[in-house]
Design a protein. Structure first.
Length: 273
């Protein structure tokens, strides 16, 4: 299946993630005329993309033929958004949601269709290097899953899950994960300034280190634990630092607490709807 076979696609929510997905779809072969952006208050970036690619940009989905509906709105407003969308959704519609914490059952009840795929991509989708977790609802058919898979693969890798509850874990690990890594870069740069470097040089070192390490991890299939060990000489400087990071209350414990907090918040968002 190609993206040219699945339109029209209606994307509700032209924020950063929505636009990242839209760009990836156009790059991967979705004809611009088969994409409709729906946003009542579109940003300059949304207007610019629509003008550049010839994409239809509207304030609401009234009168729009919806074959695939992608919900890229914040969970706090999705109830109101779905109420407005319900008249445009029919038996022909596949719904793909990236709203954190909002269950398939809640989406199906609000829109009147069980053909729902719930997913969570992440921001590297902006450059086609994202990863998404996805789970199909019980009424989604094989073609629905193929369509969702094609849309998500345009932005990166896809991991299909066996149960919906795992989406909350995906949200906490890979959905929020880029922010954890960016915060680590900030912390590494801050540590360099504490050792006397100016902020610009400290950030240059921190960014290049993380980017280079990620590129090495991608190029080398060696297990990451071995890659870590390859940097670590016995009784050397790296070992001294890792003795701090790998202490009982070190980085592993801190990351576990962070992921748990994110997962619990995702679950809480679902209960609030």
């Amino acid at each position: 299946m190609t993206l040219a076979d699945i339109g029209p696609v209606v994307l509700v929510g032209a924020g950063k993630m929505g636009l990242a997905l839209a760009r990836s779809w156009i790059t991967a072969g979705l004809p611009p005329k088969e994409l409709v952006l729906v946003d009542p208050s579109p940003s300059e970036a949304a207007r610019g993309l629509a003008d550049e690619k010839g994409i239809r940009l509207v304030g609401n989905a009234s009168g729009v033929l919806v074959s695939v509906l992608v919900l890229a709105v914040k969970p706090q407003v999705i109830g109101e958004v779905m109420a407005g969308l319900k008249p445009s959704v029919g038996k022909q519609t596949l719904v793909v949601s990236i709203a954190a914490g909002i269950s398939i059952a809640a989406i199906a009840a609000a829109l009147g269709t069980g053909r729902v795929v719930r997913t969570m991509p992440n921001t590297p989708a902006q450059i086609g290097r994202g990863i998404s977790g996805a789970v199909a609802g019980p009424e989604a058919n094989a073609r629905d899953r193929e369509v969702a898979d094609a849309l998500l693969k345009a932005a990166g890798e896809v991991v299909w899950l066996d149960k919906e509850a795992d989406i909350d874990v995906v949200t906490a690990v890979s959905g929020s994960g880029p922010a954890y890594l960016f915060n680590f870069v900030e912390a590494l740069a801050s540590a360099a300034t504490q050792q006397g470097f100016d902020e610009a040089r400290a950030m240059q070192l921190a960014r290049a280190t993380v980017i280079g390490a990620a590129a090495l991890m991608e190029a080398d299939p060696t297990p990451v634990a071995t890659l870590r060990q390859n940097v670590t000489s016995p009784k050397g400087t790296t070992e001294a630092a890792l003795n701090v990071l790998m202490a009982p209350n070190g980085l592993k414990t801190l990351v576990e607490r962070a992921v748990l907090a994110a997962r619990l918040r995702s679950e809480e968002l679902g209960r609030a709807k």
